[in-house]
Design a protein around this ligand. Structure first.
Ligand SMILES: [Fe+2]
Length: 279
């Protein structure tokens, strides 16, 4: 049987993003995403909330420092590690105050650092609305390499693809558990983060989150709408560095189905209205 990573225990656990002003961006997430802030040093700030964790390190705005996937058991982590080594992917030990010993990192073809580890229990005080960190979407010049790495080598499963009139793949959504995607990639003119997303679960919570950020003086730049692939309801707004934040609800849970090829057109990205194609 073809190996895959699929397991309810494998999920996007946390992200580390560079910023020219880590303190300012940490304060942004504390206020708007209802998280506690921890100052590690003047160059590193952490934001922690219920099922969401972000690390901001001094550097270039919007640059991904790393994305950490969590495995609830050491056994599953070992299986992933075995698979990575079988595929001759170089691994490095990864030390983190948030992950148990034995965590490791790999680099994808665009030099994005991807970490796998078993999360440690975390303490936080601030209780905000429900919104677990759920997926990361990247941009790449080469989707084929992205798919080869995440699907063929790491074992993420393709949920849906977007294909243009020349049969070229322009977007790919991959999952590590039942949720439609935990990682995705748009073909684009640049390499890096496209957006990161929180799955709030229910439509009414999108309303509550929007009321909350509105009270803080923020506005949405896209949505509300409904994506074709994943069938989720969404809104998007930007943080103070221009990182794109998605709040999502009703994301498709996949039991067992083959991937669907969606046409590369505006409606695929938003069944309800306007959208913006990356290329
Ligand atoms: Fe998304």
């Amino acid at each position: 049987m073809h190996y895959n990573i699929l397991n309810p225990e494998v999920f996007l656990d946390h992200l580390s993003i560079e910023s020219s002003n880590p303190k300012r961006i940490a304060q942004f997430y504390s206020k708007n995403m209802m998280m506690d802030t921890i100052s590690i040093s003047k160059n590193e700030w952490h934001c922690i909330g219920s099922n969401r964790l972000l690390i901001f390190q001094k550097g270039t705005n919007k640059k991904l420092s790393f994305a950490a996937f969590g495995c609830k058991s050491q056994k599953k982590l070992n299986k992933i590690k075995e698979r990575v080594l079988l595929n001759n992917i170089e691994i490095k030990k990864f030390n983190s105050i948030y992950l148990k010993k034995g965590s490791f990192s790999v680099y994808d073809p665009d030099k994005n650092k991807i970490v796998f580890g078993v999360p440690l229990k975390r303490k936080f005080k601030k209780k905000g609305y429900h919104a677990p960190l759920q997926h990361l979407t990247l941009q790449s010049l080469d989707i084929k390499k992205f798919i080869n790495f995440y699907n063929k080598k790491l074992g993420f499963v393709i949920s849906d693809r977007v294909v243009d009139e020349n049969r070229e793949i322009t977007t790919c959504f991959l999952r590590s558990n039942k949720q439609h995607h935990t990682i995705a990639c748009f073909k684009a003119k640049n390499i890096g983060i496209d957006h990161h997303s929180y799955e709030v679960g229910e439509w009414n919570l999108i309303r509550d989150w929007c009321d909350h950020i509105s009270r803080n003086g923020l506005t949405l730049f896209w949505g509300p709408g409904r994506h074709g692939p994943g069938n989720n309801l969404f809104v998007f707004f930007e943080d103070c560095d221009g990182n794109k934040i998605e709040l999502s609800a009703e994301l498709e849970l996949i039991k067992n189905r083959k991937y669907i090829d969606w046409p590369h057109e505006s409606r695929t990205l938003n069944l309800w209205g306007k959208s913006f194609l990356r290329i």
